[in-house]
Design a protein around this ligand. Sequence first.
Ligand code: MN
Length: 332
Amino acid sequence: MEKHMAETMIEFDRRIPDALRAAFGIYRASRRTTGQQDDAANLAAVLLAPLDDDGASDPITSDCDKNPMAMDCASDPIAMGCDLAMELGSCYIKKHDEDDHFGHAEACVIGVADGVGGYRSQGVDASAFSRGLMNNAYAEVAKAPVPGTRFCPRALLERAHQMTAAAHTPGASTAAIVSLVGSTLKWAFVGDSGFAVLRGGRILRRSPTQQHYFNCPYQLSSRQDRTRVADALVGEVAAKEGDIVILGTDGLFDNVFDDEIEGIVRMGTTLGFAPLNMAEVLAGFACEAAGCDYRDSPYSYLGRRQLGKSLMTGGKPDDITVVVAYIVPPKI
Ligand SMILES: [Mn+2]
């Protein structure tokens, strides 16, 4: 998967359907006439019509386990016949350019990492560790002698961390890796890089945030006395054709609520979006939401609750990385 670098905000303004803005209360970039706004609102009502199934009663679980051995997943790469496959797309909108990501469609594995910005003020390249993790993870996947070899995400993250730390790479990073092994989605993550697995327009699984305190996530670094991959949260769920995995850094999840992610994915599915379209619209929406001071966000909502800052509102400008994987039948 080639990394897709966002060009300009004008491009995103063109790509984000006004129906989305109407549905989720973003007005800043929309300069249409009242009649056109009504059309957008009507379209939004059609695209985001409530689901008539009973999915709302499904629990949104985050059945993560701190014990990697709980995963029925060998640490060594697995060559196997493919039950399901992934189609991938990604979008990266940079602010500090400290996020990184990778995707390997044949191996059915995707990853994101977010360099901890606090190192910037210390004169350290805050992107070094996130790049190291993703470059090393991708290199490990790409060098597999058997095409289509599947990887345990925890073992892959462990290997990438070992290699990045062995190079005395400065900085620190959160990270998340999701892979498809047979017909099982498996994940491992550290900090607030995370994922959502959607089925039928609803979130089936969603990663919780691993943090020491508000806005201070667990993070991997070269230091042996800090967070290790053994601290990663891991888990798995049986995948089905049609499932959609959204993997992202906190630039996505701090600015877009889960129900908004569901709405955007449902709308994109209705409109026949490819994974790249879906990633662009999610990232573009997160970027607009990050710049809104009149609209609530997960960041401001949790800030009010956890910091007691009653006037905290608006989004959180940040690097935004979104990787989208559609679960599809294997390519024969
Ligand atoms: Mn971030």
